[in-house]
Design a protein around this ligand. Structure first.
Ligand code: ATP
Ligand code: MG
Length: 547
């Protein structure tokens, strides 16, 4: 098994081969035809050239190739070519500064880096001397003023052009390392999850089961390939299923997103709660100017999907958003509101076929207390054996081992199951609030807060209290048409108290312009808490601009 040949070469000899595999939309789109396509045949050829180039550079099986690239065709070629050559690929999020890049390349033992001239000069050059293991740097020249070759680097396009396009794949086994994905850093220092080639099997099937991917679909996964979603479901699963992937080179912009859904005739859309909340913020007026007649299936991942957002999308986009749950560690979607299933807004859905999920609590000596009673909270545990499961945390195998009890992977997320077998997210174990002997999940409070007409986003944390242990404090970002005031504060406090009762209700509400988020769009409750309590802020390498 080799991921690249499994997802690309399988189409040789079929009609899919001449279909567009990936279409990138540049900044001038749609006002000018600024789009770039590669067919499946092109991707096979380009990935062979890149693999041949790596062979010329003496990349050995298992050695690591890192990318620091924007969402353009070269990123897809580098990813696929590396796997074809038997290398291990690690995509870095392009907006990282030098420190997070250095930390990740050291941990991942990067041997080759693919990046752009501008990023090289700004970010890599200052840390180059701290990367003695890095042998080669391939540069895509994005700076026309830089015509001189930079010492110690190779020109990506020239080198790829000179390489052979003859079809070859280095033989790899199911259990050979293929990918290193760094987690989002929501709860602490990002972990380096190692994934193997066998994962591709699961990506193909889970794309069909959880995202309804069908051959020839037009599919838009909005996640950046710097995060696991942008690789598992932004490249591997769609290619394995013979779809045409849309890739937007630009950052979020509500009108542009609607234009993409409409003008590109997107059939299946995979996005995240934060992006959906930003569409809510942009208002129904804008949404009403577009029609999404082709859109057949829409799904969301990365954070809990508040029911309010589902109701809004049903009303204004005419589509039901299907929440699903997984992690960098699980490599693929494990719990989902699958096509054809009744969606219960607020629930993550049910386990995919052949995925065994239970709710339990880990105890001493590897024992597990299983919770089979519907409605009772515990940790989400998954029976080992699905092929996209991570195989290690690089540099932290002890922590890896601690994720397992008996044959079960414990996810660190709390949830409960209802009588119909649906799973409901409660919160990350780290974020759960302990108040007067109750365990309170922030998600439930946040979702109810969002039912208040003024609130766009909310985050609940626990702060110490001499009597209750912890009390709930909520940070709320208002919709643009509302202003913070004492009256509004009292109104929200009364509203939430009447809805969730005095134990769970926040005692304090703070207005905030924007909640701190990771670059992958997750609310960083730990940072709100650290600032509130004056504690060290911890690793902020994935924090989006926030003051
Ligand atoms: P880190 O592990 O570094 O703190 P992270 O957990 O945010 O970061 P990811 O692996 O990208 O890194 O995110 C997975 C986590 O995102 C899950 O463990 C869960 O907490 C949250 N998550 C993902 N999908 C959902 C969902 N549908 N509902 C609720 N939470 C979700
Ligand atoms: Mg995590």
């Amino acid at each position: 098994m080799n991921i690249c040949s499994e997802i690309l070469d399988r189409h040789l000899g079929s009609e899919t081969i001449n279909q567009i595999a990936v279409r990138t939309l540049g900044p001038y789109w749609p006002s000018e035809p600024d789009q770039h396509d590669l067919t499946y045949a092109d991707l096979i050829e380009e990935s062979c050239r890149f693999a041949d180039l790596l062979r010329t550079l003496n990349l050995r099986k298992g050695e690591r190739v890192f990318s620091l690239l924007p969402r353009k065709l070269e990123l897809f070629i580098s990813f696929l070519g590396t796997l074809r050559a038997g290398g291990v690929f690690s995509p870095l999020f392009c907006a990282f500064g030098p420190e997070p890049i250095l930390a990740r390349m050291v941990r991942g033992e990067a041997k080759i880096l693919v990046t752009r001239t501008s990023d090289y000069l700004k970010k890599i050059s200052p840390i180059r001397h701290q990367l003695p293991q890095l042998r080669n740097i391939l540069l895509i020249n994005d700076d026309p003023a830089q015509s001189e070759k930079i010492e110690g680097t190779l020109d990506f396009h020239q080198a790829v052009r000179q390489s052979s396009s003859a079809l070859f794949t280095t033989e790899t086994n199911d259990e050979d390392l293929a990918l290193i994905h760094f987690t989002s850093g929501t709860t602490g220092r990002p972990k380096a999850a190692a994934h193997v080639h066998a994962a591709a099997k699961f990506h193909r099937l889970s794309g069909q089961k959880a995202l309804d991917l069908r051959s020839r679909d037009i599919f838009w996964c909005t996640a950046d390939p710097g995060w696991v979603t942008g690789i598992s479901y932004g490249v591997i699963s769609p290619l394995a299923n013979g779809v045409t992937m849309i890739v937007d080179e630009c950052e979020f912009q509500a009108q542009r997103w609607y234009q993409i859904l409409q003008n590109c005739a997107v059939d299946v859309w995979y996005t995240a709660p934060t992006a959906l909340r930003m569409l809510v913020k942009a208002g129904q007026e804008l949404a009403s100017q577009f029609e999404f007649t082709k859109l057949r299936f829409a799904a969301s991942v990365g954070e809990p999907l508040n029911p309010e957002v589902i109701y809004w999308a049903r009303k204004h986009l005419n589509i039901t958003i299907h929440d699903n749950w997984w992690q960098t560690e699980t490599g693929g979607i494990l719990i989902a509101n699958m096509p054809g299933m009744k969606v219960k807004p607020g629930s993550m859905g049910k386990p995919l076929p052949n995925i065994e999920v239970r709710i339990g609590n880990r105890q001493k000596n590897n024992a597990i207390e299983w919770i089979d009673t519907p409605g009772v909270h515990g940790e989400i545990a998954i029976h080992k054996g699905w092929s996209s499961m991570f195989r290690d945390y690089l540099g932290d195998s002890d922590r890896y081992a601690k994720c397992f009890s008996q044959d079960w992977y414990f996810s660190g997320d709390l949830a409960y199951r209802d009588r119909d077998g649906y799973y409901w997210f409660v919160g990350r174990a780290d974020d759960v609030i302990k108040s007067s002997g109750h365990l309170i999940g922030p998600f439930e409070i946040e979702s109810v807060l969002m039912e208040h007409p003024s609130i766009l986003e909310a985050a609940a944390i626990g702060i110490p209290d001499p009597v209750a242990g912890e009390i709930v404090k909520a940070f709320v970002a208002l919709k643009p048409e509302f202003q913070p005031s004492e009256d509004l504060n009292s109104d929200i406090l009364a509203f939430i108290r009447s809805r969730v009762g005095p134990t769970m209700a926040p005692r304090q509400i703070a207005f905030i312009d924007d909640l701190p988020k990771t670059r992958s769009g997750k609310i960083m409750r730990r940072l709100l808490k650290a600032r509130e309590l004056g504690l060290p802020e911890g690793d902020l390498s994935t924090l989006e601009a926030f003051t």
